[in-house]
Each structure stands twice: as C-alpha cells, then as structure tokens.
Design a protein around this ligand. Sequence first.
Ligand SMILES: [Cu+2]
Length: 115
Amino acid sequence: MKITSLALALALISILDAPAMAREQSITVYAKNFAFTPGTITLKLHQPEKLVFVGTQGTHGITIPGIGLSNVIVISSKPVSVEVTPQRLGSFIARCAVYCGIGHGSMLLKVNVVK
Ligand SMILES: [Cu+2]
C-alpha cells in the first residue's frame, strides 16, 4: 500500500513539474582550451534564454554585446548561468575574453539570433 501511494505521489509530482521543466530550458556551452562547444548557438529574438557556461579546462571569458552579455568569466568546475533576451537579429561572433594560451585568438562562439 505504501509503495502504491509513493508511486502515485511521484507520478503526480512528475505531471505537476512538467510545465515548469519546459520553461527551464537552457543552452549549455562548454569552454576549454581553445574552443567553445558547441561553436554555434541559435537564440530567438525577444525570447529569454538561459545560457549555462561550463568550464572544463583553463579560464575563459565571454562577451557578446549583440545579445547584451558582457564579461562572463568561465572557470573550471564552476558553471555560470546567465539569462539573455536578444533584442537584435543577426549573427554575432564572440571571442574568448580572457587570454588562455596559444589558441586563444581562434576561440570563438557564434550566436545566431533568429525570428
Ligand atoms: Cu582565451
């Protein structure tokens, strides 16, 4: 009996949580020497989006003026979450903002903002 009640309670929690989870979508971008992965992300105009930056190697930075993101520092093992709401259509190229070594200059993240 107790197990049945527990199963029912868990099922209800799952159902009740479903809409909340749908709103909690995010895009995770990994940063290591010397790349952001994925190298391209796509956001929707005027739609809030949570970006989670996860450092797996080295220290990096990200600034994307086109979507209102500036000076996010990404270090290993400490994810950084930021919410952005793009206000301009277009493609924006962000370069790593913290010198991280010989491949720093080619460490890019492309952000497409679409309708
Ligand atoms: Cu760098």
